[in-house]
Design a protein around this ligand. Structure first.
Ligand SMILES: C[S@@+](CC[C@H](N)C(=O)[O-])C[C@H]1O[C@@H](n2cnc3c(N)ncnc32)[C@H](O)[C@@H]1O
Length: 739
């Protein structure tokens, strides 16, 4: 939704990649006889690595455009290692998933980081293969050399051997649980691959000390390794507890909150709880968004250790999150300031789920419904992103824009999508407790494995992640306030149609599309705010538009929502289907004439413009409150501006009334009569609606209708809240109009 779909621009590239894939498929089952000898592969890999390193600095300064391909999906291995048979490189067949087997390997090169992390690895027969590990942590989070490096021993489960884009042969691992790191003396590693000099057996105490030293150097992944080794030899309960407590810190630092929490002993801290355990448990719970539990643990901590000032500060923070979560009580001014400053704009706030719940619809799967009557402007959701990928728009240069091509769905997306797949995959793998809120989202007919864990690791199906993203991802601006201001200052004439930044909001994902929607989403950083745009009776389904309706028929209606597998059947779409092509072409012609009239050196001739507007209005047959007149409101607003600038308040107000009607509103009293101004029914909420209401405010004021003027300002503020998410910035944004 609102993401940069570049399928059309990159159709040729997609077709080329598809061709390569088809060619590769023809080799399925072949055992290649032309594999390069080990030395040659090694030399080539190392030269490549060197040249990559030397150009790295240069690349960092350039705006790089990476492209990555989602290959045809395959399921992760769900068999435990014990049930798999060992295989060797020379038996690998091309384009084949070697189900029922595992391949033990020893890494012989340092890693190269491209979209995947790549190394060369050898088996016990001294054959070498290129190994590509996808969806690994990014370099900022964990250095590639910490993930895979010379001498490490791995077991690749059900290896997928294929022809790479470069033409080389290699193993591609897309699922995190399909590769297992084991120690060089693991019995599943053949003798010849084992290290000649195995590391000396250390005591739990010395391994713990090594872990502590690694923590001191901020080498948290290393610390986890040392502590975990210490736990395999520790046998004194107190010592085990200390090691786990120390490891929980390293887990916290590496965002493995489930593991951190489990190491603190939560929820049973015993009769003599340890300060650090309580504090770390509270932190882990906080990052898992379990604010109530976090607050309980902190209260216990405060009771037991009243001098702990840090706990008090954290408790304050947790209490603010609880207020946000329970009552939707946000300091929106603060949120805006944070979104302006933080990069990436990922805010530390809780999710509020208002009077809505997920229910089944008749024809659209699940949907979100209001549980009680709400008013236009009411807050339905203020949701923190489950995952968010920031890619700057416009002036704020950014090197993170990726082209993601899916060869199965034949779709190309531009933006932070590739990063988002990795972020989500990692999040689910590291914190399985949060997985259900994501994995239960709509994913069409994709069927994934039902086994949740194997060999002590969670199974995360990368292709399920990709599929869920394709149906549920939202493009988003840095803040809707900034886009609103851009539109206001005419930097952008219309609302932006797509964004490079994107994210997943698991509650908002249940909202179905409708062009004539009754809610709107807005963003402040990675918080999505959904507000009602109409008064809604209890049990009404909440809808917003996935793509803003344009009112023309430049695209086949069947095509517009193709990627989501549905055809919109709202009144506007039905009307567009029934309307003859000649009518659309007539509308286009009138709009062109209006554009020419605007460009006239003598300014707009209002009489002529009124006639054109009337002609345009006549091309519509359905009542405007059922089928809004999308090509009409914009030029009508232009005319309102002209009358207002001339001080012709009566005509200005009349134009405002027509703008509102074209947008589908039903209104009373938008004239000089004594009837009070009232919106009987709200229509489409577009950015220029605020301006429209403010013109009404000015006109009423000038005509001596102070009450109506106030009402109009109230509506302007309400529309602003729907568009921007909050109204604390209303006065400053519209200072000029409100003077
Ligand atoms: C983001 S999900 C919305 C929640 C979804 N209905 C569910 O059951 O989880 C998007 C999917 O919902 C369905 N959908 C959304 N709007 C629809 C509409 N107007 N008509 C039919 N199906 C719709 C489509 O299957 C679409 O791919």
């Amino acid at each position: 939704m609102d993401v940069h779909d570049v399928t059309d621009q990159y159709r040729q590239m997609l077709a080329g990649a598809k061709q390569n894939l088809l060619k590769a498929k023809k080799r399925r089952g072949q055992i290649p006889r032309d594999r390069e000898p080990k030395d040659q592969m090694y030399l080539k890999f190392m030269m490549n690595l060197m040249s990559l390193k030397s150009s790295e600095q240069q690349q960092q300064q350039q705006h790089m455009m990476h492209s990555s391909f989602v290959p045809p999906s395959y399921l992760p291995c769900t068999e435990p290692l014990d049930g798999l048979r060992r295989i060797v490189i020379r038996d690998l067949q091309l384009e084949t998933h070697h189900r029922g087997t595992y391949l033990p390997l020893r890494v012989i090169t340092p890693p190269q980081r491209m979209t995947a992390i790549m190394v060369l690895a050898e088996d016990n027969l001294a054959d070498v293969v290129l190994l590509q590990l996808y969806q690994q942590e990014t370099e900022e989070i964990r250095e590639a050399s910490d993930i895979v490096n010379v001498g490490m021993t791995l077991l690749v489960k059900e290896p997928y051997f294929k022809v790479m884009a470069s033409g080389e042969y290699g193993l591609r691992v897309d699922h995190l649980s399909d590769v297992i790191h084991v120690s060089p003396d693991d019995p599943r590693i053949p003798e010849t691959l084992r290290a000649q000099f195995l590391p000396e057996k250390c005591s739990a105490q010395s391994l713990k000390m090594k872990g502590n030293a690694a923590i001191g150097e901020k080498q948290y992944w290393q610390a986890i390794k040392e502590y975990s080794n210490a736990l395999t030899v520790a046998n004194i309960p107190d010592e085990i507890e200390i090691i786990k407590r120390n490891r929980s810190l390293a887990f916290l630092k590496t965002k493995q909150y489930d593991a951190a929490l489990s190491d603190t002993g939560f929820p049973n801290f015993g009769s003599e709880p340890v300060e650090k355990s309580l504090f770390r448990a509270a932190e882990a719970l906080y990052f898992l968004s379990r604010f109530r539990d976090s607050s309980k643990v902190l209260e216990l901590l405060r009771a037991k250790f009243p001098n702990n000032e840090q706990a008090l500060a954290v408790l304050e923070r947790v209490r603010r999150r609880c207020l946000e979560q329970d009552d939707g009580n946000y300091d929106f001014k603060l949120l805006q300031a944070e979104a302006k400053k933080l990069r990436p704009p990922q805010l530390d706030h809780a999710t509020y789920i208002g009077p809505v719940e997920i229910r089944n619809t008749k024809t659209k799967g699940r949907g979100l419904f209001v549980t009680k009557a709400v008013k236009a402007g009411d807050l339905l959701l203020c949701e923190k992103a489950f995952a968010h990928a920031y890619a700057a728009e416009g002036d704020e240069g950014n090197s993170k824009v990726t082209l993601l091509m899916n060869l199965e769905t034949k779709r190309g997306l531009m933006g932070g999508h590739a990063d988002l797949i990795t972020t989500i995959t990692q999040k689910l793998f590291r914190n399985p407790s949060v997985a259900p809120s994501f994995t239960t989202l709509y994913h069409g007919n994709y069927e994934t494995a039902s086994t949740p864990m194997v060999d002590g690791q969670p199974i995360v199906d990368t292709f399920l992640v990709e599929r869920i993203m394709s149906f549920n991802v939202f493009g988003c601006p840095l803040s809707s306030l900034s886009t609103h201001k851009d539109i206001l200052s005419n930097k952008s004439k219309k609302e932006p149609t797509a964004f490079h930044s994107c994210g997943i909001w698991t509650q908002a994902s249940y909202i179905n599309h409708r062009c004539t929607s009754n809610a709107r989403r807005s963003f402040i950083g990675d918080m999505m705010i959904v507000r009602a745009t109409q008064d809604l009776e209890a049990n009404t389904e909440v809808t917003f538009w996935y793509k803003q309706p344009t009112g023309d028929r430049s695209k086949d209606p069947q095509e517009v929502y193709k990627n989501w597998n549905f055809i919109c059947d709202c009144t506007m779409c039905q009307d567009a289907k029934m309307t003859k092509a000649a009518v659309f072409s007539e509308r286009r012609k009138i709009v062109e004439k209006m554009k020419r009239a605007c460009d006239s050196p003598n300014g707009i001739q209002t009489g002529q413009f009124e006639r054109l507007l009337k002609a345009l209005d006549h091309t519509y047959t359905q009542p405007a409150d059922e089928v809004p007149r999308l090509s009409l409101w914009d030029p009508q607003l232009l005319l309102a501006r002209v009358y207002m600038a001339r001080g012709d308040m009566i005509k200005g107000l009349e134009s405002v009334r027509k703008v509102l009607i074209a947008l589908g509103f039903i209104v009373d009293g938008v004239d000089a009569s004594s009837t009070s101004f009232r919106v009987v029914k709200w229509g489409l909420v577009v950015d220029h609606l605020v301006e429209t209401f403010l013109h009404a405010r000015t006109a009423f004021d000038a005509l001596g209708a102070g009450g109506d003027s106030k009402t109009a300002e109230g509506y302007a503020r309400c529309a602003y809240t729907m568009l921007v998410g909050e109204d604390t910035s209303f006065e400053s944004t519209y200072a000029e109009h409100l003077r």
